[in-house]
Ligand binder design. Sequence first.
Ligand SMILES: O=C(O)CCC(=O)C(=O)O
Length: 286
Amino acid sequence: MVSAALPSPQEPEAGAQGATIARRTRVLASELNRAFLSQGSTQPVLLTGLTDGWPAMERWSFEFFAKTYGDERVIVTEYLGSKNLHKVGFGRYLDYVRDPSVDLLPGQQAETPWYSPYWSPFVDHPELSADFDVSETVENWMPEASGIDAAEGSSEALMAQWALRGFSWLFIGPAGTYTPRHLDTLNTHAWNTQICGRKRFDLWTPGHSAQGDAPDFQVVLEPGETLIIPMGWAHAVVALEASISLTGNFFNATNSASFFRTIYTQPDVWQAKARLVPALKAQLTP
Ligand SMILES: O=C(O)CCC(=O)C(=O)O
């Protein structure tokens, strides 16, 4: 993660650099890979229609999560990547999301509203995975969620947990929550779907490394829309409204060489994800 000046939660400024993001309806994975994710000519793309028929779009709301999972504890932070982390009751956090005047962490100061970007519930609550499906568009070589059904402790089950806990999250927070400019982990691509509320994404083309520069693209993601961010595209995100987003990182033939290179050269990164799985944590040296 790279810190950056905090952005104001505003609409995109008329045509950042005059460029607009490609938009498509219902793209098949073969076309996504060919037209948007091929090495050397990657482009972000905003997809509509992917969420048609997802139970998540009807069911998932602040009220649903409070009622169903409110007893859990979640990590909240100032912004994704900050070291200022606190554990709070999820129900209480959701009260704060709906009413940011609630004093969530008495005595604690944060520059931006408290954010919950680390809730990865799909291993503990596999029922949530049945509420969405990106497989039409996203070809993912990460181990399948169905591996969870494999014999407990089998390598398939452990790999599936590694992938699910380390590469998929529900991000929840009030307006103004913020993720500073960064590149995604282990050279993965990412899909980001808005379930409710709107978020602004600022994007920098691969190789545009000067910090502090205006983004090359800005786009506002509306509920039901999905933004595909290819490997190597730096991005920063700000919520314009109270928001629930679902996101996953993935790799396939278009970036597998880069993904595996980082697995070999950045063992600390994949091992940090492996430590999220108790049986794998036990096998890793501290
Ligand atoms: O929605 C957000 O705040 C951050 C999403 C993102 O950039 C990521 O998961 O890498």
